[in-house]
Design a protein around this ligand. Structure first.
Ligand code: TRP
Length: 353
């Protein structure tokens, strides 16, 4: 097998086992509960496309959830289940990619520990999202070891799988840079161990919520992937459009309208074009425009609804998905751990040999 790399791949330090394909990706999401359309556009839609082009590992980062939610852990279990159902309902296919739960693969914790030994605290303290979150998330004590070490655990998630690429949004780039720095530091101390992963930047349109702010669970302005058609309509119908468009005969400005923002993500280009024109010329009213939008949102949600129904009828299915995923991911992870222990000359049950 040719051990070639993408021209963009910084392969120095890569001692990838021969049978590990070059184009491998890994990504995770914290189990925050049901997915909303912003999550779909920002991650899942992309993952679903990538699963056909890469060997992909996708996991639910439940340990990461603890870094900010360690006091009340009760929602985590339910959130894991909901997230898994949404992933599969939307089209993530466990036959095509490896879907697993982070905490099912204990090697994430072992590599996290080993990486933590070589990671200077100053690298973590200067991470912009560490500082941002400390100031933005109020009401939680984030002065913990685990929260500071968030990107080390994330680096372990990535390096365990010899990932070439990590599909993430812009906000995750500092973490990924740290993973690269850690991979280099391992190489510096112990020789080639794991490759340096590259980001695969997800084009993330800024999806607006029902109130025109960014769609976010904390703003309670979301349309959920699991909403019924009636719920979607009940949410979209009262949305405030361009405030200048008071009467049906007033022309509107689509850029000022959160309904138009959603059209841009969910409606095909010709529809977006017609809506744009119709709005500016008062050719279409807001309610009709919203009906068209809901139709296109439904073309994503309806198949997901059907799939969800199907999954719920398959007893033990989700449990099996995670069990299979943990086995596949675990095999890869154990191999990496063995290599890392060897490179670091650590005991491997064989100190007398
Ligand atoms: N930090 C990521 C987020 O909040 C989640 C995550 C954890 C992740 N481990 C990862 C993403 C490894 C990519 C690779 O979205």
């Amino acid at each position: 097998m040719q051990k070639g790399h993408d021209s963009t791949h910084d392969a120095s330090g890569d001692n990838r086992p021969e049978d590990v394909p070059v184009r491998r990706i890994v990504s995770g999401i914290q189990p925050s509960g049901r997915l909303h359309l912003g999550n779909y556009m920002g991650a899942l839609k992309n993952w679903i496309q990538l699963q056909d082009r890469f060997e992909a590992f996708f996991f639910i980062a439940d340990w990461h959830a603890l870094t900010t939610n360690y006091e009340d852990t009760t929602p985590i279990r339910e959130n894991i289940r909901e997230m898994l159902v949404d992933w599969i309902a939307l089209g993530l296919d466990p036959e095509k990619c490896t879907v697993f739960l982070q905490s099912d693969v204990l090697e994430h914790a072992e590599l996290n520990l080993l990486l933590s030994m070589v990671t200077p605290v100053s690298w973590l303290e200067r991470n912009p999202s560490y500082k941002d979150q400390q100031t933005q998330i109020t009401g939680k004590d984030l002065s913990t070891f685990g929260f500071l070490g968030y990107p080390v655990l994330m680096s372990a998630d990535i390096l365990l799988y010899h990932a070439d690429h990590v599909p993430v949004g812009l906000d995750q780039l500092p973490h990924l840079e740290l993973a690269r720095e850690i991979a280099r530091r391992l190489r510096h101390f112990y020789g080639p161990v794991v490759p340096e992963p590259l980001p695969l930047l997800t084009p993330t349109p800024r999806l607006l919520g029902l109130d025109g702010r960014k769609m976010s669970k904390s703003y309670k302005n979301c349309i959920y992937v699991s909403d019924s058609p009636a719920e979607v309509w009940e949410k979209v119908r009262p949305m405030v459009t361009d405030p200048a468009r008071v009467r049906r005969s007033d022309p509107g400005t689509p850029e000022k309208c959160p309904v138009f923002n959603l059209h841009q993500s969910f409606s095909p280009p010709d529809v977006v074009h017609d809506i744009d024109k119709g709005c500016r010329t008062a050719g279409i009213g807001c309610i009709d425009c919203k009906k068209v939008l809901v139709g296109h949102i439904e073309s994503v949600l309806a198949p997901a609804r059907e799939k969800r129904q199907e999954i719920s009828g398959r007893k033990g299915y989700l449990k099996n998905v995670l069990a299979d995923g943990a086995e596949k991911a675990g095999n890869e992870a154990r191999r990496t751990i063995r290599d890392v222990r060897q490179a670091m000359r650590l005991p491997d049950g064989n100190i007398f040999e």
